[in-house]
Design a protein around this ligand. Sequence first.
Ligand SMILES: [Zn+2]
Length: 101
Amino acid sequence: MKIKKGDTVLVISGKDRARTGKVLDVLVKEGRVVVEGINMRKKHVRPKRSGEKGQIVQLPSPMDVSNAKLICSKCGKATRIGYKKEGDKKYRICKKCKQET
Ligand SMILES: [Zn+2]
């Protein structure tokens, strides 16, 4: 998975296109990511006790990782990712500024 938790991504398709948000969760098996404020879905929460009111909360739901583009933490541009190997370590490199991101 090229995108990690805590990354900032740009949404490149769907109703939230051109918006950015922070990655809250990465679902590796499904190839999906949950991004803060993106792909919001209404969820009904049932009252826990009688007499309490049910609520509708908005939660971000997972989106396909192919619809997200990483925003480089170094140059701030939406970019593709490359990898660089140095000994046993593997770095994620921004294709635009060539810096580790
Ligand atoms: Zn960069």
